[in-house]
Design a protein around this ligand. Sequence first.
Ligand code: GSH
Length: 201
Amino acid sequence: MIKLHDHPLSGNCYKVRLLLSQLGVPYERVYVDIFEGEHKSADHREINPNMKIPVLQDGDFTMWESNAILFYLGRKFAPNDLFPDDPKAFGRASQWLFFGKTTIDPNLALARYFMRFLTPGNRDESELKRLHEEGNKALTVLNDHLTQNEFLAGSYSIADIGCYPYVALSPEGNFDLTSYSEILSWFERIKSTPGYIGMED
Ligand SMILES: N[C@@H](CCC(=O)N[C@@H](CS)C(=O)NCC(=O)O)C(=O)O
């Protein structure tokens, strides 16, 4: 059975659980206590030399990097509605997944980390201000796209699954989503897709 090395508060792990749920693939969760530094242990380094989660183990195949895991699972269980086969839809999904990793997560996920896991005295306020400025630019790009599109790459796909978690968690990083009405509607559409699970499910 597939094993996911996981933590319940990680948006990067959540996106993998969401895809597994929507593909209907059974898996085992292996809890990695990142707050106790388990991801830096010798055992974890064996499966991810970059010392982070998620890590996926599928038999003797082990891999890390959450968006790459989405590609792997999407492809492994193809054909399915979540992994685009058409070259243009695949290109569009890749575009948003790279945008997620280069532009959404570095700003939104980091601001959430500052606000949720660091004490006020340990936060770099000028860096937080920069993250909010850059994060709001990313949210504007996303919101504008969603004015004309129901989902990121045509129909609901791994692109939405990859970008959704840290956008949905961004209020924890003090982002105010009320003016991003298209993003709020996108959340509702995602929540009504078959097999949807929340972060805490
Ligand atoms: N680019 C990586 C980022 C993974 C990542 O930052 N994981 C966090 C949890 S969400 C982690 O392991 N943090 C512990 C650390 O960096 O020390 C991915 O998408 O998988």
